[in-house]
Write a protein that binds this ligand. Structure first.
Ligand SMILES: O=C(O)CCC(=O)C(=O)O
Ligand SMILES: [Fe+2]
Length: 222
């Protein structure tokens, strides 16, 4: 659990304005070139180094820690804010800016963040349709639960034929939507940021023909 304590310089307006506008209107946003090429490369190298050093483990699915590569094909390594690696210091500084921006403008009360690298190996089955927070019976923020999901892709470009899109179902569904329900497909292009309300959007990671790298996080309320 990472408690972000310091107050960084804010995100530039040309990023902050479209981000807040999209989050307000549609409860998700996609921002390209959110991180620069050198940070993509250093985070990517770090993820691969940690994989080679044996720090990645097969991810489990929601309620249980049972792993099932047919449902979820990625390997993950959790990240710690106290990690001195320069790329992670830059990454956590960005998370802090995002948290500050969203709290000041959208009053979400984001308090902590949990975050990990994810690597879906070439030929992985992706991640079956799921929601990042179990839906509650009453509306409004639930304390201590995942409120805002963030994903930043760490791939060097991404050819369309490689698949691996994030399929985000745009309607509100109380149960898993049918595959043909309204959705958008987001390609995991390096540097791209995706944010969405964790309790609202069902989503799927489609099978990928190439190794697919990302850093994923969830801001939680107090
Ligand atoms: O990598 C992505 O595009 C989404 C990953 C995801 O849905 C998750 O880790 O919960
Ligand atoms: Fe997810």
């Amino acid at each position: 659990m990472n408690h972000i304590a310091f107050t960084p310089a804010p995100l530039p307006e040309e990023v902050a304005d479209p981000l807040l506008d999209a989050l307000t209107r549609q409860h998700y946003c996609v921002i390209d070139q959110f991180i620069p090429a050198d940070l993509i490369a250093s985070l990517r190298d770090l993820a691969l180094t940690r994989q080679q050093a044996g720090f990645m483990h097969q991810a489990g699915t929601s309620k249980s820690a049972i792993t099932n590569p047919a449902l979820r094909g990625d390997q993950i390594a959790w990240l710690d804010e106290s990690d001195p690696h320069p790329a992670l210091r830059k990454y956590f500084a960005l998370l802090s800016k995002l948290q500050q921006l969203v709290n000041r403008n959208l009053m979400m009360g984001l308090d902590t963040v949990e975050t990990h690298f994810a690597i879906y190996p070439a030929g992985s089955s992706g991640y079956a349709t799921h929601i990042d927070q179990f839906q509650q019976h009453s509306p409004g923020p639930v304390s201590g639960s995942r409120a805002l999901t963030l994903i930043i892709y760490l791939n060097e470009g991404w050819p369309e034929e490689a698949g691996g899109e994030l399929r985000l179902y745009t309607g509100q569904h109380t149960a898993q939507p049918l595959p043909e329900a309204a959705h958008i497909d987001i390609s995991p292009t390096g540097g791209r940021l995706v944010l969405f309300l964790s309790d609202r959007f069902w989503h799927t990671v489609l099978p990928a023909k190439q190794a697919r790298l990302s850093v994923t996080g969830w801001f939680k309320t107090r």
